[in-house]
Design a protein around this ligand. Sequence first.
Ligand code: DLL
Length: 433
Amino acid sequence: MENYYQQAIECASREEIIALQNEKLVKQVRRVWEAVPYYRKKMQDHGVTPDDIKSIDDIKKLPFLSKADLRESYPYGLLAKPLKECVRIQSTSGTTGKRVVAFYTQHDIDLWEECCARAIVAAGGSDEDVCQVSYGYGLFTGGPGLNGGSHKVGCLTVPTSSGNTERQIMFIMDLQATILCCTPSYAAYLGEAMKEMGLTPDQIPLKIGIFGAEAWSEEMRRSIEQTLGIKAYDIYGLTEISGPGVAFECSAQQGMHINEDHFYAEIIDPDTGEPLPDGTPGELVFTCLDKEAFPMLRYRTRDICVLTREKCSCGRTFVRMRKPQGRTDDMLIIRGVNVFPSQIETVLLNQGYAPNYQIVVDRVNNTDTLDVLVEMTPEMFTDNLGDITARQNRLAGGLLSMLGIKAKVSLVAPKSITRSEGKAVRVIDKRKI
Ligand code: DLL
């Protein structure tokens, strides 16, 4: 079995990584210029040609690519390989406009699955493990990506896909699954369902969780770890860049290592497009250094996060990204104040609630309103109005100090908020309806 702790590259010196990136970028830009008229025109309009790109530092000369470009060139306009060399598409469920369709050659699939294999191994997985993949399979990249990674590592792979919670639990228990891959909100739901069945953390065979595809707080991590009796690892990625495994957490859990030999990361000011130094929050931008069919150059992810190149205690040298706080398009502006759903989640979980909540934003008499509906846990459930009011006031106080604006909190009965099997929908913004 091949070893997917690829130490020679994952722990390479900065000089070695830069040398590799220099070489790959120069080749990639020339190839894309030659193969994709859309890109060539974009570069020409920006006054740059492949001759201007001599090293990774020259990346700043390239124009950005955004979701609007993908929409405009849908479906085949950014394809950089003949169709007959492409073997797969994956697609995202974008909320507006056309779906994004990403293409893969066999080389691209291998590279992607290798990145997922690195993530599983970094989380402590090996060929001794039984790995249940409860991300959705199909057009979504979660299931296929982790499925491929799990095969490469040599785990016994259980491709349950998402949904059918009873069957999920049956397989976890009967097959003694040790790794669970799914969204954090689905992991929380599975944990809740197992608890209701009377299963205690020491009876649950799982050891490792590999959770991503949506923003989740540290408090949520601790809550899932406690109910399932596991160590939970974060994994990040997006369809446009390949899927899960663009970045992954190691045992140090101090941010996610970006697979820098394949994906070059930058942070920019989302308003001006200016590159920002390490340590400063901004929009994450990726360049695919060696993908063949759908190689994004300077793709704006809209994810807000921070990069660090400080030494990691695990020994890996790949740059790390902090947990994305949210997306520029997730950020709510309420009475002029920027609010990320993850900040609200932090307050709720710190006060002992489960991650079952909904955020409703509206505009009444020209003023934005923020309503937070939170489920009481079965333990705290009561019909004593005094108790409920006291709890609501405490939560509203916590939200005011976190966000700087007032929110109306309503505690609701256990099980009254719909559970999610994939990416949770937490926000209803009625101002946009
Ligand atoms: O969600 C790929 C994926 C699957 C990642 C499974 C991890 C695990 P998309 O559907 O294209 O791809 O959505 C990509 O999801 O731009 C982020 O906003 C968000 N996202 C992904 N991982 C994380 C994470 C997959 N760990 C979009 N933390 C990205 C926060 C995440 N947000």
